[in-house]
Design a protein. Structure first.
Length: 112
């Protein structure tokens, strides 16, 4: 698997795992973007309308890390401010399922 496929696979696993946890807590995906021209950076946002709270998972292609952020929001699309929950460096040259599992676990444990 090449490194871009490894990033995409890990990102998908993260979205799936975080989605399962956050859906049970009343969150739903409200935005998702992919920016190939920005080193393949991408993000997805989950929002909980009742609790007025958001989570955002980012793949920072330039710095090669996954970031989970959180933010409160008011009744508009702009969040008040994003704060890091966890930052996990990712070596896209390591193509091993156990490595991907470790990355996913290190992020999901922060919101379980």
């Amino acid at each position: 698997m090449d490194r871009l496929d490894n990033i995409a696979k890990t990102n998908s696993l993260l979205q799936e795992s975080l989605g399962e946890i956050l859906t049970k807590k009343g969150y739903s995906i409200t935005k998702s973007e992919y920016h190939k021209e920005a080193f393949g950076s991408r993000f997805v946002v989950w929002k909980n309308e009742v609790d007025k709270h958001c989570f955002r998972l980012i793949w920072d292609g330039r710095d090669s890390w996954f970031i989970l952020e959180e933010s409160p929001y008011v009744n508009d699309p702009e969040k008040v401010a994003w704060a890091d929950v966890v930052i996990v460096p990712f070596d896209s040259n390591i193509d091993k399922p156990e490595y991907r599992t470790e990355v996913v676990s290190s992020i999901t444990k922060e919101i379980e």
